[in-house]
Ligand binder design. Structure first.
Ligand code: ADP
Ligand code: SF4
Length: 680
């Protein structure tokens, strides 16, 4: 039995400069890609976190000037006074629920991509733009530029104050701003008073903090967001760590709040690679150096861990990006003793995947993320049923579970049929693979809801055929029977089946999950480019088998560039002794020989293997759906037949959850030509 009073400490107010946060729950700045393109959606998104009980709710990066160009990643903007009203709308939504509103002022400098403004990027020195492979140099800033930059920052801070923000950030984290590139030896080779020694490299940061305090510090707290670790620096990490500590020591009492973290991509690793609270060893020194409050992150979803962070003096405020995306109501659930109702982040980084690939935010666990304004979806509320219709949902993967739970919450009478004894479909199966245990949270959160709904009945070990469905007599049938990995080699690069596969010992991840014993060496062919091939490689190595890892692309697990764990993915393979063979397009197979073609090579490369494991693409498991379509289902009283999730189009777990949720929300609602409101 949990002692609820042990969580009281999380609800103590915290003084931050001239303002007071009502509790220790702090939604740190994070990108949503709603920003300047979808400001109403952005305000709706942030307001929902305030409603859910967060003490502080922040914008994502808010550009101070047009020379910070993020056309393709819509950040917030305070370029001039005409942007104030937009930001004020977000502040109003946050204040309406009693939270403080924070604004993360940003100028991305050499991390900008100047497609929109057609103005050279700004940096301390003439350096390559840091946006991947962009073949441009930044413009080394002269003294006049520095003066102008300080002016832009000060003006933006005053605009933030006018918009009503309570906390204004100086942002020097994630390797992404003018100020940070001045600070870091790697980027700064100036010979004037802004380059050379640490004191000189810190000069601009110091000036910005003083400027901001002077400009807005009477009513706004000034926060410093600072990465205390950056694995991308070329200097020795220990030296960098030493320098980072010195920065904190030198500035210790200047900001009203320290928001500390790690640089990208280490700041938000997937749960495969880092556990909850993983930043503690890096950030714990900060509180020993300053008397100001400290906020830090670490994918915190457990209130016990949060309490421990406070009690042990690691942090004063529990920072969260992903846990707040997954559950905007996490603080209120803790407060009300509804711990088991927390929709825990699974650390899959589908949120980052969408944002980094330039889409609006989405979340595997929370299908309402980003939909608060445009679809009017509330994470905790859903319209009551419109009739006494009865619904049969077939398949209990993420799509079926979400659909049944959401329909159940609406009050519909629902039957959920699952062919297996275990519920959860792919998330249950994949959660047994190395590093993916957290996937089970997708199932467990929904089972917890279902357990409280007397109007949803679950039938396990019930593999339904079309006739069974017709005999059951439900008026509405939702088919969520999932998908299976292809065996023909068709995938991202191969549009046609690969000849000769039938002559080989060939397998798919479905076979491996069922426990197939693959003859070694196992040739893994990854034409899927997400996590599964990599996870299969780890599992195979753990089984003591040799792995030959091939992919037709020039890089490994290319989608993990977006989910920000590609370095960890590649690092893990090297650790297991696998040297990935990239740019290898599988052409044909004959028994135990695979012929690959590399671009610009005439001769195929032949690879001998014991078995081939195809991780290429999935196909819907839609026999039930097509069988029902072929029947006269309407004559049997079935008014609607719908397929959702992977059975409709295999994809991310997030897509399946969304599909199930969308069906339930729209069920018996008036049809709309465009299912969401638009901002123009
Ligand atoms: P999704 O991601 O779309 O939810 P999954 O593959 O995770 O898909 O889950 C599909 C679920 O449907 C699996 O648990 C599978 O056992 C179940 N299933 C498939 N066919 C049937 C059927 N004919 N009757 C009942 N359950 C089925
Ligand atoms: Fe967490 Fe995944 Fe949701 Fe991101 S998408 S918040 S990592 S559950």
């Amino acid at each position: 039995m949990v002692d609820q009073s042990s969580y009281d400490i999380l609800f103590e107010p915290v003084q931050i400069g001239p303002v007071t946060a009502r509790n220790r729950f702090y939604q740190v700045p994070h990108a949503t890609n709603l920003g300047y393109l979808f400001p109403k959606a952005a305000a709706g998104y942030r307001g929902m976190r305030a409603e859910g009980g967060w003490g502080v709710v922040s914008t994502g990066a808010c550009d101070i000037h047009y020379t910070s160009d993020h056309m393709h990643h819509p950040y917030e903007r305070l370029w001039d006074d005409s942007d104030i009203a937009v930001q004020a709308e977000m502040v109003e939504k946050v204040h309406a629920h009693g939270a403080l509103a924070a604004c993360e002022l940003n100028h991305s400098g050499i991390n900008s991509m100047p497609f929109y403004n057609r103005t050279p990027t700004l940096g301390p020195s003439w350096l390559r733009n840091q946006t991947g492979d962009m073949p441009m140099l930044s413009r080394g800033m002269d003294k006049q530029d520095i003066r102008a930059f300080r002016g832009w920052h000060r003006d933006a801070a005053m605009r933030a104050k006018k918009a009503g923000f309570d906390i204004v950030y100086v942002y020097v984290a994630h390797g992404a701003q003018v100020t940070r590139s001045f600070l870091m030896r790697d980027f700064n080779d100036r010979t004037d008073e802004y380059g050379g020694s640490l004191v000189n490299r810190m000069r601009l940061l110091n000036e910005l903090l003083i400027d901001t305090k002077e400009a807005v510090g009477d009513t706004c707290a000034v926060a410093l967001r600072y990465s205390v670790h950056d694995q991308d620096v070329t200097e020795k990490l220990e030296e960098y760590r030493g320098e980072a500590m010195e920065v904190v020591e030198r500035l210790a009492e200047l900001p009203d709040l320290w928001d500390v973290n790690l640089s990208w991509p280490a700041d938000a690793p997937t749960s495969r690679f880092e556990p909850e609270g993983f930043q503690e060893p890096f950030v714990s020194f900060v509180k020993k150096v300053t008397s100001k409050p400290v906020v830090g992150v670490g994918r915190f979803t457990s209130p016990d861990t949060m309490v421990s962070m406070i009690r042990r003096g690691v942090l004063d405020l529990i920072g969260a990006a992903r846990p707040s995306i997954a559950d905007p109501f996490l603080p209120n659930k803790v407060k009300e003793g509804r711990i088991e109702e927390i929709r825990e982040c699974i650390g899959c980084n589908a949120c980052l995947g969408s944002v980094v690939a330039a889409g609006p935010i989405q979340c595997t666990q929370n299908p309402t993320a980003g939909e608060e304004w445009r679809r009017g979806w509330h994470p905790e509320k859903i319209a009551p049923r419109a009739s006494s219709a009865r619904v049969l949902v077939v398949g209990s993967g993420p799509a079926g579970l979400e659909c049944a739970a959401a329909l159940g919450r609406r009050g519909y009478e629902v039957a959920l049929a699952e062919k297996d004894r275990e519920l959860g479909g792919r998330v249950t199966q994949e959660s047994r693979l190395p590093g993916l245990a957290a996937w089970a949270r997708v199932r467990d959160y929904r089972l917890q809801i279902l357990s409280s709904l007397a109007n949803v009945e679950i039938f396990r070990e019930s593999e339904l055929q079309p006739q069974d469905v017709l005999d059951l007599g439900y008026e509405h049938v939702v088919v969520a029977t999932g998908s299976e990995w292809r065996r023909d080699g068709i995938g991202g690069m191969a549009r046609r089946g690969i000849p000769g596969l039938e002559s080989a010992m060939r397998y798919t991840p479905d076979d491996v999950i069922k426990g197939a014993d693959l003859p070694s060496p196992v040739l893994i062919y990854d034409d899927d480019h997400h996590y599964m091939a990599n996870v299969m490689a780890e599992l195979t190595v753990r089984q003591g088998k040799e792995v030959i890892f091939t992919t037709p692309l020039e890089t490994v697990s290319s989608w993990s560039r977006y989910t920000c764990d590609q370095p960890a993915v590649i690092g893990s393979m090297l650790k297991w002794g696998i040297i990935p063979r990239v740019g290898m397009k599988l052409e044909r197979v004959e028994n135990s020989t695979a012929a690959f073609r590399r671009a610009y090579e005439d001769k195929p490369q032949l690879v001998e293997f014991g078995s081939i494991l195809l991780v290429t693409a999935k196909l819907p498991r839609d026999q039930l759906y097509s069988g029902l379509c072929a029947s006269e289902f309407r004559d049997h009283g079935v008014a609607s037949l719908t397929r959702i999730g992977d059975c409709l189009a295999p994809g991310l777990i997030a897509t399946a959850v969304f599909s199930g949720h969308e069906f339930a929300r729209n069920f018996e609602a008036p049809e709309q030509d465009i299912p969401f409101a638009r901002e123009r």
